[in-house]
Design a protein around this ligand. Structure first.
Ligand code: GLA
Length: 393
């Protein structure tokens, strides 16, 4: 694996908020300021949700007379430098959106042919994260698209500012094969997630279940510190009220979504308006022990190790020599499971086992776990080698 001589950018999966799922093209400066203040007030910033990413729709329809990208003056009257300052003053990081094509997906100016000037512009605004979305570049064909991503990776690296490059491209380009080498710290592995558990109305495989359980298999070997697969943003808390389609999910389903994304070492980018979260959403998003699985410094992405009908067992190796074990029930009825750790291949037991959602130790699980997993639910256990130091995280 390639590592920089500088310290690795995004040593653990980036966390934060992105405007698209909740607001789409309606994003404006007042929303961004409110979101930022809420992330500080509700404790999410201190748990790691630090990138505030303004997705498509921030730009004016045209570049200015000097060819520079400019913010839509109606929606961002203070300009982007002021937004960057506002975020930085609050201990947050500033993310912005552009693309390698002539136009973004919303038809705003893309960075094609203006890459160097745009990077200079982003640096002058204090940008810390760039989501770079293929959109109209798709017409160029794969080879050219990869070359354009590589160009942006190089310009960001040379800019002297640590700016995370988040690649959003179509899954058939298999970005996991080239994105890290092109300079990205994260890359989308799927099409856009929608606010559904399973398929949407046109039977498209855009729900939590198909994206999370089916479309990430085999990608674990491409992830590690500074290089993350991105199965798209969290839909937790949207409840069918976001900009993206979907009827919303149950609290159980949103909790399963968070559990799986943490097992996948996925970036945790909230899409919902943090000011509109319900108590159950906040509980899902702010459990520090669950977040610690996502952010585990070893950076090993989890994988499925068992499948029994609708029940799946996923595991993730952790930096302390222990494991995270996730029990998932994708079926319509509650299920009972019974597994011995050694049968699942966890060597080094007996373990000290903790249920991370219930936040309690389960001494009776030192050799294995039996219990019930509700329909569409998940149980997340942390296994520590019995000899390791005590502690919650
Ligand atoms: C694409 C991306 C989304 C969002 C929109 C914005 O669909 O996959 O995440 O950025 O474009 O237009």
């Amino acid at each position: 694996m390639e590592t920089n001589h500088r310290s690795v950018l995004a040593p653990t999966p980036p966390m934060g908020w992105n405007s698209w799922n909740g607001f789409g093209p309606g994003i404006d400066e007042a929303i961004v300021r409110r979101v930022a203040e809420t992330l500080v007030d509700n404790g999410m910033r201190d748990l790691g949700y630090r990138y505030v990413v303004i997705d498509d729709g921030w730009q004016a329809g045209e570049r200015d007379g000097a060819g520079r990208l400019v913010a839509d003056p109606q929606k961002f009257p203070s300009g982007m430098k002021a937004i960057g300052d506002f975020l930085h003053e609050r201990g947050l990081l500033f993310g912005i959106y552009s693309g390698p094509g002539p136009k973004t997906c919303l038809g705003r100016p893309g960075s094609y042919g203006h890459e160097r000037a745009d990077v200079e512009q982003f640096v002058s605004w204090g940008v810390d994260f760039l989501k770079y979305d293929e959109c109209s570049a798709i017409d160029f064909g794969e080879e050219k698209v990869v070359e354009l991503y590589r160009l942006m990776g190089r310009l960001l690296r040379e800019s002297g500012r640590p700016i995370v490059l988040s690649i959003s491209t179509v899954d058939r380009h298999r970005p996991w094969l080239w994105a890290a080498e092109a300079g990205a710290q994260m890359w989308r592995t799927t099409r856009d997630i929608l606010d559904y558990w399973r398929e949407g109305p046109e039977d498209e495989k855009h729900g939590i279940d198909s994206i999370g359980f089916e479309q990430q298999e085999g990608l674990e070997k491409y992830a590690g510190p500074g290089r993350w697969n991105d199965p798209d943003m969290l839909v937790v808390g949207l409840h069918g009220r976001g900009f993206i389609a979907g009827e919303g999910c149950t609290d159980t389903e949103y909790r399963t979504h968070m559990t799986l994304w943490c097992m996948l070492a996925a970036p945790l980018m909230l899409g919902a308006d943090p000011a509109a979260l319900e108590p159950a959403d906040l509980e899902i998003l702010t459990n520090p022990e669950v977040i610690a699985i996502d952010q585990d410094p070893l950076g090993r992405q989890g994988r499925r190790i068992r499948r029994h009908g609708a029940v799946e067992v996923w595991c993730r190796e952790l930096a302390d020599g222990g494991w995270a074990a996730g029990f998932f029930n994708r079926g319509p009825r509650d299920a009972t499971v019974d597994f011995a750790w050694k049968d699942l291949g966890f060597r080094g037991g007996p373990f000290r086992v903790r249920d991370l959602w219930a936040r309690r130790e389960i001494p009776e699980a030192s050799e294995g776990w039996s219990g019930s997993v509700e329909s569409h639910g998940a149980v997340l256990l942390r296994l520590r080698p019995a000899g390791a130091d005590a502690g919650d995280q």
